[in-house]
Design a protein around this ligand. Structure first.
Ligand code: HEM
Ligand code: HEM
Length: 198
């Protein structure tokens, strides 16, 4: 158990830069959607930035660095459940990359972000100003449906982000593990047995 720890390279710069860019652009898109001016041009730009980040992250998840690739961290229900049982334990998980529960969040948030962007692109609020650029290519009822999804999806995303930040706090307070530092520097303290196997 007390395997000695080594400073190990976990998150490549693409993952790190995309993550912190997503934090900024998501917060901007959300804030401008809720509290911005009536004319939503800036909201649209922030939304396109989020869209670009999501596309790049999916490509990096298919063709990128080891820990960024979906095949290396997305796991089936058995592993998710057995990992979930370790969450209350007062010991660090020291995962090499995403753990199986974190993986669910990553995939879930990328899917809901894509739905949020698609609903925004197709939305037509019938005000002749804030019309999503793709609304003209679909029927009026589809554009209305997209509009009616956009707000509830934004609330769902907010809840997911709150849970995400709550989980990071949990790891710090309960498990004594700082997950933010590796997302900034790229390096985590890991037992070498973890990086060789899992
Ligand atoms: C992740 C990206 C995005 C987030 C987090 C987001 C969030 C939001 C939020 C919170 C609102 C206010 C909803 C309300 O309280 O009624 C809103 C409104 C809106 N958003 Fe987005 N949005 C995103 C992307 C986009 C994109 C890409 C477009 C289109 C290019 C878009 C088009 C719109 C429109 C047209 C409205 C106004 C709806 C209305 O008039 O009721 N959004 N968005
Ligand atoms: C200040 C707020 C935030 C902090 C401190 C934070 C922190 C972190 C940390 C430490 C990780 C790595 C987790 C691990 O070790 O497995 C992570 C991953 C992730 N976070 Fe956040 N996060 C924040 C906000 C957000 C927001 C707003 C979003 C999306 C809307 C988001 C989406 C993600 C995604 C998609 C990943 C996976 C990274 C990847 O594999 O590319 N985070 N976050």
């Amino acid at each position: 158990m007390s395997d000695h720890l080594e400073n190990t390279y976990v998150w490549d710069p693409v993952v790190r830069v995309l993550h912190w860019a997503l934090v900024i652009s998501f917060a901007t898109a959300w804030g401008l959607g809720k509290f911005g001016p009536n004319q939503m041009t800036l909201h649209f730009y922030a939304g396109y930035t989020v869209a670009g980040i999501v596309v790049l992250r999916v490509l990096w998840g298919l063709f990128g660095f080891h820990t960024a690739k979906f095949v290396n961290f997305v796991r089936g229900p058995k592993q998710v459940i057995s990992y979930a049982k370790t969450l209350p334990l007062k010991e660090p998980s020291r995962s090499f990359g995403h753990n199986p529960v974190g993986a669910l969040f990553v995939v879930g948030v990328l899917v809901v972000l894509a739905m949020q962007i698609a609903s925004g692109l197709l939305a037509d609020p019938e005000d002749y100003i804030n019309v999503g650029p793709l609304a003209q290519y679909v029927s009026a009822s589809t554009a209305r449906k997209a509009l009616s999804l956009h707000e509830p999806l934004s609330t769902l995303l907010l809840l997911m982000v709150v849970a995400h930040i709550g989980a990071i706090f949990w790891y710090k307070k309960r498990k004594g593990e700082n997950l933010v530092k590796p997302m900034v520097t790229g390096y985590a303290d890991l037992p070498q047995s973890k990086t060789a196997g899992e």
